[in-house]
Structure formats: structure tokens, C-alpha cells
Design a protein around this ligand. Sequence first.
Ligand SMILES: [Zn+2]
Length: 184
Amino acid sequence: MITGRVLLLNFSYEPLGTVGVARAVCMWFRGKVSVEEHDGENFLRSPSTEIRVPSVIRLRTYVNIRRQRRETTMKRARIYIRDKYRCQYCSDHKHAKDLTLDHILPRAQGGESTPQNLVTACVPCNQRKGNRTPEQARMPLLTPQKNFNIGLDRVLLCHYAESRPEWKKYLFMDEFESDELIAA
Ligand SMILES: [Zn+2]
């Protein structure tokens, strides 16, 4: 239970991401958050007390998140999740440590580090492709590039939400400003 994830909402109910159960409980103890949803009938127990495990928490004050920084630090993991940990050239499934991010249009040819231009690639494929486009390298992408035009925040949270029905009403309440994220 202590290893689960908790959905963190801003005061405005905007989803901000997830935190571990331990951190969520800690934030709650310090009065930083209120608990919006509990994780079923699961409890954390100590000899003197028991606490229902939170599933969704909400900040008591509005926090202006610097989206761009979060985007950068989380981008790699989100792109791996978006691509289902599969090399987009040879379709091999790998652990994160054996994967890299490949620029579809290489940086040397003006390619940007945006989610639409980054795909998951294994090390051998990334090296083989080098500073070439998929066409130049004759290495077609497994997934059409246009499918990458969705917000990575949403990809990540929907991935977690598959097993957390109580999160869904928070995740689908707005369009998640995905356009803004992509532009960042
Ligand atoms: Zn590969």
C-alpha cells in the first residue's frame, strides 16, 4: 500500500501529477493538502493510529507550477510510457535503462526536442539511425508521428488511472492544457 501513487491536484482541482503514498500522508500531516478521495478501505496502521490511504489529494493553496521545468524532467519517462517502452524502430520491448530518446528529425538537421519529435529507441537503433531522418536511414517509425500530438501529462496520468477509477473524474474534467504543454 505504501508503494502506491496518489493523484495530486492543485487548489483549482487541476491535476499536477502523482506523489507516493508516504509523501501524500506527510503533506496531509503538515496541513498542506486535503484528502479528496480515499483508496478504498485500505488503511495505514501504526501501533497508536490508523489512517485511510489517500488516493486523491488537493493542495490547500494554489500553486503556480512552472510547467516547463516539470515537462523537462518528466519528459523522458512520459515518452517511454507513451511509446509503451518499445523501440519505435525495431519494436523491441526494453527496460528504461536500455532505452534512449531519438530525435526523429535529427538535431543536426534542425530537429527540436519536443514530444512530437522525440521517440523511444533502443541504443543500437539510435546509433544506426545517427544524424538521419527515418526516411534517409530507411528505418520507418512503428507509430505514425502525428499520433504523438497529445499532451504527455495526460499520457502519464491516464496510464496510472487505468487502475484508479476514482481519479477519472479529475483527469477528464478539462482538456488538460495539452496544447500549452506541447508548445512549451
Ligand atoms: Zn531498436
